[in-house]
Design a protein around this ligand. Sequence first.
Ligand code: WTA
Length: 634
Amino acid sequence: MKYIVKNLPEYFKFQEKALKDPERFWGAIAESFQWKKKWDKVMNADMHKADIKWFEGAELNITENCIDRHLDERGDQTAIIFEANSPEEKAQHITYRKLYEEVNKVANVLKEQGIQKGDRVCIYLPMIPELAYTMLACARIGAIHSVIFAGYSSTAIASRVNDASCKMIVCADGSYRGAKEINLKGIVDKALEDSPSVKTVLVVKRTHCKVKMKEGRDVYLEDLTQNVSVHCPAETVQAEDPLFILYTSGSTGKPKGMVHTTAGYMIYTAHTFANVFQYEKDDVYWCTADIGWITGHSYILYGPLLNGATTLIFEGVPSYPDHNRFWAVIEKHKVNQFYTAPTAIRSLAKQDIKHVEKHDLSSLKVLGSVGEPINVEAWNWYYHHIGKERCPIVDTWWQTETGGILISPIPFSTPTKATFATFPLLGIQPVLMSDDGIEQEGNLTNGKLCIKTPWPGIARTIWNDHKRYFDTYFSAYPGYYFSGDAALRDPAGYYRITGRVDDVVIVSGHNLGTAPIENTINEQEIVAESAIVGYPHDVKGNALYGFITLKREISEQEKEQLKIAINNSIADQIGPIAKLSKIQFTVSLPKTRSGKIMRRILRKIAANEMENLGDTSTLLNPEAVQAIIVNKKD
Ligand code: WTA
């Protein structure tokens, strides 16, 4: 592949080329892929209209690029290492040839079950090889996968399945997570009560727990894969045909089904994977994210496989059976590139250092971080104790919407600096905007982080709602993509992402919109109003604080019960991750004269920054603020 950076001057040289003539730059990179038909035009984009197309006219199948293309040269090389939840279970080494066969078998099953090109298939699976097989099987036949993180509740599944009118759900009987066993099929059954579009449920056997199988709807996958061919022709898809939908939280209620299309996403994830991880032949690469998030889509599955890499899928959690599990897995599989989240780093840094020291981590070459700003302490701990001061840390900034990494050091080329994502990747042009939409010139400045020119990996739309796509990302600063994050630029031109500027809170690396949580709380009969804000938490990054007003007075004991009921309903309707860490009942919420809740003030109070509440002159009811401060417990 062209334009893989090997030193800093080369980075600047390539970047100049990429920005001067993006079509030539990306066209040259695309040459090393397998196309059924080449493109007519590399880029055709109008950021003012949020109308973006790459490689128009081209025809391809991404699985031929992820799998078939590698068979001659590395059919016997391991494509996927599967490390199970329990260290007692033998790891699987799945070769590219085996991957080819397994994917094609599932693809044939999908076809047999009536799935056609363009149909949506919901996947609700734990981190097991079948998750990869099913996603790739969808891509093989041109179906659109919609993976839902297997920690989401029935209600969350139903709303996503209905939004995309999925015809099928692929799930497992159960899943293992540390010492826990979860009945996934039971959760799906409940979701299906409200999901009329689903005609078939394919069930993967994982825990062999007892499940109800509904006649005519539910089938075990393994019963079907036994009777199908290991070859399935790769469907021809157009460059801009959707590859997948992935839901992300928005500031307002409904989750946004981000749509990624085929060719641009392929080129972008492949190229950024090669640059950011500097993967070399025979390396073992491990990203600890769940495939249910974009990080897993782009950098466990597609990016690595497009590069013919060996990628590790880990089913478990960092704390099981003990807090050394990550380090044990690195030693066991001689992992070379390790990519994880600040929340995991912070929680592991709190454990006894002997968990790290008893393992040989000398295979490591590059360490990565993603999902939220990494604080200095966590960065330093990672650098010294895991990387032993030998391994550059790539602090990678990007989003579900961007498809791939946009800002990151290139290891061994870009000097790293704690908490800085450093320079944009090739072809990416970040700008910092003032609130009134002026691009901030020069270094040593800050603003809202926007991207000025299109790149191949950007999501093209929100499923069934292009207006919302436009409104969310392209309306604040016409002609620019607005990320929803703020950032600063240091004197060297390095970027540091400072956090979200909308009503999305990142808890343990998971994006949570506050609106759906508030809606859930407000469903309690006694609740009048609620406002959720994030506050700093030393492991989770942020935790949720709920300010709630009630319709009538209740006793202390009833309040305690109500807190439990509220968190149970949040866990039910959204997922346990969205539970509130603190709840404060209050007589009223601070409001503007136009009746809007002043979350900015609540955020300060939740963070214990009372002395610095900012401008409160527009408040309708300043006494509400005083009452909240006086009654705050900690
Ligand atoms: C945040 C995850 C600081 C950011 C790939 C972004 C980060 C949101 C970083 C997207 C980073 C991600 N430094 N903040 N290196 N990476 N973020 O869609 O607020 O799950 O907007 O995509 O995570 O989260 P998402």
